[in-house]
Design a protein around this ligand. Sequence first.
Ligand code: MTE
Length: 337
Amino acid sequence: MLIKLSRSSDCNASEITPEDLYLSRRALLGGTLAGLALGAVPRLGAAGEVSRYADAVPGAAPAWFNDKLAATRWQAVTAPGEAITPFKDATHYNNFYEFGPDKGDPAANAGSLKTEPWSVVVDGEVAKPGRYALEDFVKPYQLEERIYRLRCVEAWSMVIPWLGFPLAQVLKQVEPTSKARYVRFETLQDPKSMPGQRSGFALIDWPYVEGLRLDEAMNPLAILAVGMYGRELANQNGAPLRLVVPWKYGFKSIKSIVRISLVAEQPRTTWQGLAPDEYGFYANVNPTVDHPRWTQARERRLPSGLFSPNVRDTQMFNGYADEVASLYSGLDLRKNY
Ligand code: MTE
């Protein structure tokens, strides 16, 4: 982002997906539902779901997560024709400035994040505000696997199998009032466990804040994720609860959420506050509107290296135009970037 551009040498050749793993992933994807069809999918055994992703390192999930996993709707949304990014890349090439500015810092430092117990506050313009223990917060919702493209504003991308539930379900449950027009999200602020928040060099005014318009937040593609690759979220990916908004640049997908507020005014978001000429509130993936310092027409799909850069064209709304373009009819996307 503002701080550092990634180098193509950040990934080495040994991280490129082995062919047999790639083919087994293709086979997995080949039998999936097209596009966004949410329907009957094979119900697999609960035990060892992580084995669906041969390269995923098992985590140490809390009991509530394992209980929910049994009823997961697998492959509820797929990315036909896309190879899933190796687990190693998804968990070792991260942006999570609370743990440092370099891509390897979150994996190296996020072990200090204590994700249990965890509570989430829902407040603001809602009929039913509350503070919930995470296990109570997620209890009403069935987990779904959503295989989404993730496009960072820095022009790299991945394909990640998330486990989560629609944000719309949570919002309906808390009953927004007629004044609610935006949803504001806040990450944990805990300098003791987050070295980036202790650093005198960090430009960010903590906590990290993101926001969506209420109708964007209600779109079925927007989810709150608690897992990835058949296991719980790795700390560096935003455990234990993060937002995933696949048609927007990755910085909108805020990690380690502790507060969700329904508000009347557009919230001031972290990157918008830091560099408003470079990072807008909407941040929709848009190959026709360049970042002031680089093109957004193309992206580097990880893993990518010097000899196989794996560059491809960026798609409008990251390939989700059919589902979300109508949210922006009449809006000038050059001004509202
Ligand atoms: N959330 C918080 N709290 N802090 C961050 O620094 N980085 C964002 C987003 N969410 C960030 C965050 C950016 S810039 C990106 S691209 C994605 O997380 C990266 O998600 P990943 O590391 O799981 O790929």
